[in-house]
Design a protein around this ligand. Structure first.
Ligand code: 99T
Length: 201
């Protein structure tokens, strides 16, 4: 398998953590990829017309995207049960959607700063994105913390990658202050070898 990869992408990191945790990593070749909404760079547009990574060529000519689809596929391939079934499945998918929504908002802020000319930046829009992140973190702290405490699952991986990305790109925002449970949970989760091996750099 070939994974279109960037070491700073938190969506790629979700896939990488899952590969580490399931033991599938040796089956995958990483393809260094860069691109942005205004310059697709070397992103494989023929594989993913959206011009985004991760994308996984899981057999010759057959490509999966986005990170949620790839994680589901790899979990199925490994038979690792990280998504579970029944009620657990729906909870984990909702938690993953919450984490990915945090990432989407965090990445839009990064792009706003990096790609838009300074005179055209719109602070209320940036703060509107951050408000989404704030509310989602509050929900993880109040509604989902018990689910996060169990044995490893796909929702936890997504949340950990989202928190890691906030620290990486938005370190000045103090998300821990009002979220002691989530903060303590992440401190432990970040010690996993799969998280240490995939730190953004
Ligand atoms: O939007 C673009 O044109 C290029 N962006 C990407 O490929 C980003 C890289 S994160 N990936 C996504 O937006 C994937 C989102 C999708 N829903 C998924 O796979 O889950 C780069 C972050 C950074 O370097 O700071």
């Amino acid at each position: 398998m070939r994974l279109y990869h960037s070491p700073t992408s938190p969506y790629v990191r979700k896939v990488m953590v899952l590969l580490h945790e399931t033991g599938l990593l040796p089956n995958v070749t990483l393809v260094s990829t860069y691109g942005s909404p205004i310059d697709p760079g070397n992103t494989p547009l023929e594989a993913n017309p959206l011009g985004k990574i991760p994308a996984l060529e899981y057999r010759a000519g057959a490509v999966l995207y986005d990170s949620r689809v790839i994680c589901r596929y790899l979990d199925d391939l490994a038979g690792s049960g990280l998504y579970g079934t029944g009620t657990a499945l729906w909870s984990r998918l909702t938690i993953e959607a919450t984490a990915d929504g945090i990432l989407d908002a965090a990445l839009l802020i990064v792009y706003e700063w990096r790609l838009r000319p300074e005179e055209r930046r719109y602070d209320p829009w940036i703060e509107g994105q951050w408000a989404k992140i704030d509310r989602a973190l509050d929900m993880l702290e109040s509604r989902w913390i018990a689910e996060l405490q169990g044995p490893l699952d796909a929702g936890q991986i997504a949340v950990a990658c989202a928190l890691g990305y906030i620290d990486f790109r938005h370190g000045a925002r103090d998300w821990r202050n009002t979220r002691s449970h989530l903060s303590a949970w992440y401190a432990e989760f970040a010690k996993r070898p799969s998280m240490i091996a995939t730190q953004p750099a």
